[in-house]
Write a protein that binds this ligand. Structure first.
Ligand SMILES: Nc1ncnc2c1ncn2[C@@H]1O[C@H](COP(=O)(O)OP(=O)(O)OP(=O)(O)O)[C@@H](O)[C@H]1O
Length: 349
């Protein structure tokens, strides 16, 4: 197996994962798989800006983790030949943090703020003016003698990413010229993501094995790439070709079941089923019971479980569906016990 992309750093597993992600990141819209609608919308927006020789409108990218928000922000900069500045909501805890970034942007720069919903309120307010008029007001002095001094900014494009679009205040949301809602990828798209990644890694893997991985990636390219890495490790260590048998063995070893549920998904589901009789159970109770942040459950675990029809959200809390009882081979309230099995994907729950 050749290895054209150097990815192994024996001293830092985290860095190796990051290097792996970086190496596989598509650089252009053409390389970006899936999300056809969003790609078309972005293409038009970028082209219109180019024809008018101006900075593209501000863009909000909304959707669950790992679907390509950071990648798209990089593509917006790359396609327009613009410099990119990256920051994140948690790193902007004071208006001054944002002022420092905004005042140092060069003309046409793309400013990417990941997890923009976690930015401080005071910074949000500063951003309104910056987005609209490329201007901020800086407070000089304290108390009665404080004055506000306007500061002109270089024109820039803000690309905000959020897993929780609902948490953004309306005035901020309204200032984005375009909001892209990223959807989970279907299996055919994930096969393309995997085939592309395998090609870049020089990994000789057949279509059946790729399809087996695609079915377990929870509609998420980041997970697809991560599973491919595990499959690659397994094949390497066992001196085997990464065929469907070794894919199954590798993913079983890493606790990824045929539906793509991982350890945390299963902890959430079995807690709901066994401890709370299938619900309804509130998000925070569920989070405490499995020892995870409520935000992680809501942003990472729940959207997928809802999508594949294992849970529903009700005003009284989360409820396990009959399909969930079946998948875990448990007898639900008033249901016949079952041996468990695959659940069909429910796309529009
Ligand atoms: N459409 C795609 N085609 C090919 N690879 C993709 C695509 N989208 C994402 N990826 C891959 O998935 C990985 C994760 O993508 P990215 O970091 O852009 O996700 P994200 O939505 O920003 O996640 P988070 O919300 O956690 O920051 C990247 O390394 C990239 O290689």
């Amino acid at each position: 197996m050749s290895d054209p992309v150097a990815l192994t750093d024996p001293h830092s597993a985290g860095d190796a994962e990051l290097a792996f992600e970086g190496a596989l990141r598509p650089k252009t819209l053409d390389e970006f798989v899936g999300q056809r609608r969003v790609r078309g919308q972005l293409q038009l927006l970028l082209r219109a800006a180019e024809l008018q020789d101006r900075t593209p409108d501000h863009i909000l990218l909304a959707g669950p983790p790992g679907l390509g928000k950071t990648t798209l922000a990089m593509i917006v900069a790359y396609e327009g030949g613009r410099p990119l500045r990256m920051s994140s909501g948690p790193a902007i805890q004071h208006a001054g943090d944002l002022a420092a970034i905004l005042s140092s942007l060069v003309s046409g720069e793309v400013l990417f703020i990941d997890e923009i919903h976690r930015m401080a309120r005071s910074a949000e307010e500063m951003l309104y003016l910056a987005m609209e008029d490329f201007r901020i007001d800086i407070m000089v002095g304290k108390g009665a003698g404080a004055t506000s001094v306007p500061l002109e900014l270089a024109p820039f494009t803000l690309v905000g990413a959020t897993t929780r679009a609902g948490l953004l205040p309306n005035p901020l949301r309204d200032r984005f010229g375009f909001t892209a809602h990223l959807e989970f990828y279907d299996e055919a798209e994930l096969e393309l993501v995997l085939a592309r990644a395998a090609r870049l890694l020089g990994l000789d893997i057949d279509g059946e094995a790729v399809a087996e991985i695609a079915g377990r990636c929870r509609g998420t390219p980041r997970i697809a790439n991560r599973l491919l890495r595990r499959v690659r490790d397994y094949a390497l260590v066992h001196g085997a070709r990464p065929d469907v048998t070794s894919v199954k063995a590798a993913l079983e070893l890493y606790d990824v079941d045929p539906l793509g549920l991982d350890r945390l998904d299963r902890a959430v589901m079995t807690t709901m089923l066994e401890r709370f009789g299938g619900g309804p159970v509130g998000l925070s109770t569920l989070a405490v019971s499995v020892g995870e942040e409520a935000e992680t459950i809501e942003a990472v675990v729940e959207p997928f479980l809802v999508r594949i029809g294992l849970i529903t959200r009700t005003p009284r809390g989360r409820v396990a569906t009959p399909a969930a009882w079946r998948h875990f081979g448990l007898a639900g309230p008033g249901a016949e016990p079952s041996a468990g099995g695959a659940v069909p994907l429910v796309d529009d729950l």
